[in-house]
Design a protein around this ligand. Sequence first.
Ligand SMILES: [Zn+2]
Length: 530
Amino acid sequence: MITSQKATAAASLPDKSKGDAQVRLDNRNTVAHSARRCPQIHPLPRSGETETQGLQYKQPITLPRTSPSVPPPEPRPSIKLRSGWLCRTLAATALALVTPAPALPATDDGEVTNFLLDNGMEVVVIPDHRAPIITHMVWYKVGSADEPPGKSGIAHFVEHLMFKAATTNHAAGELGRAVSAIGGLSNAFTSYDFTAFHETVAPSSLEHMMHFEADRMVNLVLTEDDIKTERDVILEERRWRIDNNPQAVLEEEVGATLWQNQPYRIPVIGWLQEMDKLNWTDAAEFYDLYYRPNNAVLVVAGDVEPETVKALAEKTYGKVAAGPSLTRTRPVEPEQNARRTVTVRDPRVSVPGLSTHWVVPSYHTAEAGEAEALDLLAEILGGGNRSRLYQTLVVKQGIAADAGAYFQGTMLDATRFTIYGAPRGDAKLADLEAAADAEIARIVRDGVTDDELDGAKDRCVRSMIFARDDQPYMAYLYGSTLTIGRNVQDVREWSDRIRKVTTDQVKAVAARYLVPEHSTTGYLLPKTGN
Ligand SMILES: [Zn+2]
C-alpha cells in the first residue's frame, strides 16, 4: 500500500466484487497494457464534424490535427473524440495545493445534475434513458503538466499502475476481469491537464464500478515488481508511439519549441531518459498527493437517476477521506517575439506536411468571448471542406491534399491555434504556407462575412445538439471541462455564447493572435527533396 494514511481511509469501503466477478474472459490485455488505455493523451475532442477521431492520424495527412507532443493514440472503444471544444475545438509544474471547490448548490435543469460529496468530490449526472447502459468516469485534476520537474511521464505511469497493481481489497486485474465478465468496457487516459478512468456497463453494475474506482483511489498496493514491469511497458509504449513515428517525433519537437516555459512543452508520455528513472517513491508520492476525492470529478451518464447516483456515490466514494487542498499554479508562457520553425527529415516519410501554431488563450484563460471567437475562426478558416483553407488550397489551387485548422480550447492554461496541410503532386510546402498565410492575412484585413459566421455558428451549435446523442462523449465533455476549472454552466451556455460572437470579434482575434512573427511551424519531410 502506498501510504498508511490512505489505506486507513479506505478500509471501510465495501467489497462487493468478491464472489460476483466470475472470470469468463481474461481481460489483462485490455486493462494491463497501457497502449490500450491511454490513447487520449490529449485533452480535447478535436476532430471536425466529419472526423470521428480527432486524435487519430489519418492518411494522407502527414501532420495530424493533434498536439505535437501527443503520441498517436489507439482507438478507444467508447469515447469518441471530436475536434475543437465543441464545433472544432470541443478538442498542460508546479505541484500545488488547491482550494477545495466551494459547495455547489445542487442544480437540476432536467438534463444535467451536479453536486458535491462531503469529502469534496464533485459529481455530475447526465441522465440518458434511451438504452440500458451507463458511462461511469472518474476524472482526476492532474495531468502531465502537473508533474514535478525531472519526472516527466509520472502521470501516465501512475495511470498504468492503477491497472497493474493490486489493492488491499482486490487482486491485480480484478476490475478488468469483472468488467469483461459483465460484457462492459473499461479504459483510461492521461492528458496534460487530467487523467480519467472509465467503464461502460449496465446500470445494475454501477455500484460495483463505483466500489472498484473508490477502492483504487485509496488502496493501491504498489510493489517494486509492479514498478519495474510497468515501467518497461511505458518505455515500450513511447518507442512505438513516438520514436517509431516521424510525425510524432516532429509533434514532440514542435511542442517543445512552441512552449518555451509552460509545461505543455513536455510530452504527456514523458522524456525517455526521465521515464527510465521513474521509481516507487515517485509513483507513491504522486498517487498519494493527487488521487483523492477532493481532486476528482465523478461523471455518470446514462440510464440512471441523480438520486441513485448520489446515494451510491456517498456509499462508495463518500467513504474516502479528503486529501490536502491543492491548487494548480504553473509557469506562464512569455510573449513570443520570433518566428520559429522545426524541421524533421526522415526516410520513412512518404508524404510531407506542415503545421503552424500560435499560442492563444483557452476557454479557461480567455477574456470574455475570445475563446468562442477563436472556435469560430477555426471553423471558418479550416473546419472541413467548406472552409477557406480547404476551398483555396485543395479545391481552387489544387496544391494540397488536405488543409484545415483547429483551436484546442479546453486547456487549463494558454493553448494553441493550429493550421495544417499536406501537399498534392509537385506542390511544395512553401506553396501551401504562402497560400495559408494569404488566407489568414485576408481575414485580418477584411474580416469574415456574416454568412460565413452564421454558417459556422450553425455547425457549432448543431454539433452540441448531436453530442447529446453520444453518451460517452457527453461524459467526456463535462469531465474535461470540470477538471480544468470550469463548470456545468459553461457547457450549458456554450451554444448561447457562440451565437453572440460578432464578425468584428472573429477579425479581432485573428489580428491579435495569428501574427506571423509569433508562429511556430513544423515541417515534415522525406530525407531529401521538397
Ligand atoms: Zn499508456
